[in-house]
Design a protein around this ligand. Structure first.
Ligand code: PLP
Length: 393
């Protein structure tokens, strides 16, 4: 008799044949502008550590101090006995930063999205969702059992048309978009979406995972970038990317947050962050406000690197942020490009289906504030050399 899981082995073998089987790269140093992966020192263009906060001395010290004072774990889920004063302090800090009434922190951005959408909507409701929204939004939508209406990427007119068709149909409506799209690096059309939501009485929700710490004053996100304060009822952010640690949060009205305290399943059924995580996140918000030059450096590097890739002749899609994809088409080619870059001392991950659509496979690059011009030049040189060899430029 075949092993009951033999179908998984067959699938893995098929991926090996197709060239889409992925071995995990192992990070053997800190996550930084240059890091050691699989025994090789490379320029790291594959982290979300936009501002270099993963190794910031203030965050490191805050984590150590919290660990000494409060131990390594919270001991329970938030609703049982796992709400520490540090957790509340962090939520108040984020709410002040975002200029909203209240905030709830989740274990991850994924948990924030999945837990929130599924908590505030039910089977009788409607979700109007951008086709490129993050997987955690999609999962939250599915868990809610609401009807899901997908609109073409960034197409405000199409979203509004769906909303108009739903006028008079029973159930609540939620219009939802990423603030910055994680695979393409383009920015969601918030002003148009907000207007459409208001016109049709829909709830507006924005996932600012890649905009937190990157866009808006001191990294306050796309709501601040576009000046649509007070018009997005559910704002999601992450603590895992530019903030450099781990976690996700939802900002909004006091009652939204209290409701999520009662009904968001990751909040109720999964243990809260260790003290070190909450304390280092708190320190990160001080750094965001005290060291705005980091965000400036991030954008300077972004412009420099994008210009270099474009002048080399690469297809970088529609990016407007530090996320710059190099689109190659077939997944196999993306993985080949990634491997060849690695051999030249650059880590940039190949990404294919199901993370992006078939035929739109890419190598995704993310520059950070801490890359030097010399590092970016070396990375661009590697791209040019390998791009020529593979016939991409
Ligand atoms: C990364 C990401 C998340 C998940 O955040 P984590 O904190 O890593 O779980 C959610 N939404 C978007 C758009 C993301 O890019």
């Amino acid at each position: 008799m075949a092993h009951p899981l033999s179908y998984l082995t067959e699938q893995l073998n098929q991926w090996r044949q197709e060239g889409t089987y992925q071995r995990l790269r192992v990070l053997q140093s800190e996550s930084a502008a240059e890091s050691r992966f699989d025994g090789k020192d490379v320029i790291n263009l594959a982290s979300n550590n936009y501002l270099g906060l993963t190794t910031h001395p203030k965050l490191r010290e805050a984590a150590l101090e919290a660990t000494r004072k409060f131990g390594v774990g919270s001991g329970a889920v938030r609703t049982i006995s796992g709400t520490m004063s540090l957790h509340l302090e962090l939520e108040e800090r984020i709410a002040r930063f975002k200029n909203v009434e209240a905030c709830v922190v989740f274990q991850s951005g994924f948990a924030a999205n999945a837990g929130t959408v599924s908590a505030i909507l039910g089977p009788e409701d409607h979700i109007i969702s951008d086709e490129l929204n993050h997987a955690s939004i999609i999962d939250g939508c599915r868990l809610s059992r609401a009807k899901i209406h997908v609109f073409p990427h960034k197409d405000v007119a199409a979203a509004e048309k769906i909303l108009a068709e739903l006028d008079g149909v029973s159930g609540r409506k939620l219009l939802i978009s990423d603030g910055v799209f994680s695979m393409d690096g383009d920015i969601g059309p918030l002003p148009g979406l907000v207007e459409a939501a208001e016109k049709h009485g829909a709830i507006m929700m924005v996932d600012d995972a890649h905009a937190s710490g990157v866009l808006g004053r001191c990294g306050r996100g796309t709501i601040d970038h576009f000046g649509v304060h007070g018009r997005v009822q559910v704002q999601v952010g992450t603590l895992s990317k530019a903030v450099g640690v781990l976690g996700g949060y939802v900002c909004g009205s006091r009652d939204l947050i209290e409701y999520l305290y009662h009904r968001a399943r990751p909040f109720l059924f999964s243990t809260s962050h260790p003290p070190a995580v909450a304390a280092s996140c708190l320190a990160a918000f001080d750094v965001l406000e005290q060291e705005p030059e980091r965000i400036q450096a991030l954008w300077d590097n972004t412009k420099y690197f994008k210009a270099g890739l474009a002048s080399a002749g690469f297809n970088t899609g529609m990016s407007e942020t530090p996320i710059t994809p190099v689109i190659v088409g077939e997944a196999k080619l993306a993985h080949e490009l990634s491997q060849a870059l690695f051999e030249e001392g650059v880590l940039a991950t190949g990404i294919g289906f199901p993370t992006v659509a078939k035929g739109k496979a890419r190598v995704r690059t993310i520059v950070t504030a801490t890359h030097t011009k010399a590092e970016l030049d070396r990375a661009l040189e590697a791209f040019r050399k390998v791009g020529k060899k593979l016939g991409l430029v």
